[in-house]
Design a protein around this ligand. Structure first.
Ligand code: FAD
Length: 435
């Protein structure tokens, strides 16, 4: 069994772990300190490659705590004051990546290639001579006085500081079992209930069979116990068993919280419903006028073709199916009541969520270690001295738009730098040889 010594051990080489290692190494500035990066997967930074559909939505121009969910958003404010976009851009510039904004304020690498982000981070890790071990399996992790002792399958590591960046359950690789949470429990941390966020929403609805594959721009509202709690506009993607698309993802966090905990924003909720306004450009009255005028023009046209004139064909068919109106009925034969029902259905095309899709389809994990259990100025644990926690394993998740990576980069960079400063204060590696 090999015995290793290091100053900083980083567990998990995803977005947070990679930048943590770089910022720690830069802080050490070539002095005789050691950093070891452990990764369970066969390669480092794998998830970065799939972010932003391969383009990597690195962050956002508009950084505010309202775009995050956590148990204490004042702490997110504090974090964003330190790790703002200037800091982020400077960091990526230093590894050779220019950052560009799209028309919605989302930030991307200027080449729109996630691969470049992963590769240039890896280049910097290699340039700084940071040790990496992949495909490792940690059996035990404990603290013995001032040392963390980590037993892996083929080696044991002693380290002065440990940074845990093991991410969450979202989009897991084969064999991932969420053991990052177990390590943190060992050190006395609590783990708030975890559930998938930024994930398609499951709905049991017979008309979804008809709608499968359709994409339609809608205004989407989420109601909880009859009150609107979130509203988004965008392209809804209809799936055989549910709804997807960025606008649906933005609601999914709250739906998932309801499904898993029976609560939303910590309040007990009895039911949630999603209503799509399929033609938000029309008010109810003007839509009714528009339909009546069109009926007078098209008289003998079947109601199916009539609706097809301004709605996707399958959406029109689904509306008629829900209202039990025959598709072949001539539009001039619709009663005023039926016209009203069609108008209301177009403005309130409803779905009752029955769940959310599984972890494989989720982009982020809600839940984890409560943010109050770390000091957000350093990301050091408030429970275990020398232990740092960064990225998705903490109970912080953002909406779509680069907020989750911003959190991973920022918490990782700050944790790496703070751990290195602590080591420098503690003295050099010479002490290790004395043990
Ligand atoms: C399809 C998809 C698209 C996304 N797109 C975006 C986007 O465009 N913008 C955005 O802001 N966010 C996006 N996200 C979310 C973002 O990728 C994550 O929030 C971010 O990667 C979290 O970083 P992390 O380092 O905390 O965790 P991860 O990136 O998950 O890294 C954790 C690492 O730890 C390793 N690990 C786990 N357990 C152990 C262990 N026991 N021992 C050793 N290693 C371990 C894992 O293998 C992994 O490499 C997307 C997510 C997905 C799935």
């Amino acid at each position: 069994m090999e015995n290793l010594h290091t100053d900083i051990l980083i567990i998990g080489a995803g977005a947070a772990g990679m930048v943590a290692s770089i910022s720690a190494a830069r802080c050490f500035n070539n002095k005789n300190y050691k950093i070891l990066l452990l990764e369970k997967n066969s390669k480092i930074g794998k998830k970065i490659l799939v972010t932003g559909n391969g383009k990597c939505n690195i962050s956002n121009n508009k950084l505010e705590s309202i775009f995050y969910y956590s148990s204490n958003n004042n702490l997110i404010d504090k974090f964003l004051c330190v790790f703002n976009n200037n800091y982020l851009k400077k960091f990526f510039y230093s590894i050779g990546i220019e950052i560009k904004s799209d028309d919605k304020g989302r930030l991307y690498p200027a080449n729109y290639q996630a691969l470049s982000v992963k590769e240039l981070l890896e280049n910097e890790i290699n340039r700084l001579k940071i040790d990496i071990r992949c495909e490792i399996n940690i059996n035990r992790i404990k603290k013995d006085r001032n040392w963390f002792i980590i037993n892996c399958d083929n080696f044991t590591v002693r380290s002065k500081c440990v940074i845990i960046c093991t991410g969450g359950y979202a989009s897991p690789f084969k064999g991932y079992n969420g053991d990052g949470y177990s390590y943190l429990r060992e050190f006395g941390h609590s783990i708030n209930e975890v559930f998938p966020a930024l994930v398609p929403i499951k709905c049991d609805d017979k008309t979804l069979k008809l709608l499968k594959g359709v994409r339609w721009k809608s205004n989407v509202k989420l109601f909880a116990d009859g009150k609107v709690i979130k509203e988004e506009y965008g392209e809804v993607q209809f799936l055989e068993k549910g709804l997807s698309g960025i606008c649906v993802f933005q609601l999914s966090r709250l739906v998932s919280e309801f499904i898993f905990t029976g609560k939303i924003y910590n309040q007990k909720i009895n039911n949630v419903i999603i209503k799509l306004d399929l033609l938000p450009e029309f008010e109810i009255v003007s839509l009714k006028k528009f339909i009546i005028k069109k009926i007078n023009l098209l008289k003998n046209t079947t109601i199916e073709n009539f609706l097809w004139g301004f709605l996707n064909k399958n959406i029109g068919q689904a509306i008629l199916k829900r209202l039990n109106i025959s598709q072949s009925k001539e539009c001039s034969k619709l009663s005023l009541k039926e016209i009203d029902l069609i108008v209301m259905m177009i403005k309130n095309f409803s779905f009752v969520p029955s769940g959310v899709m599984d972890w494989k389809s989720a982009q982020v994990t809600a839940g984890g270690v409560p943010i109050e259990e770390v000091d957000v100025n350093t990301f050091e644990s408030r429970i275990t001295n020398g232990l740092y926690i960064a990225g998705e394993v903490l109970d912080v998740d953002g909406i779509c738009g680069g907020y989750n990576l911003h959190w991973a980069w920022g918490s990782g960079i700050i944790a790496g730098k703070s751990a290195a400063k602590k080591i420098i204060k503690m003295g050099s590696m010479k002490d290790v040889e004395d043990i």
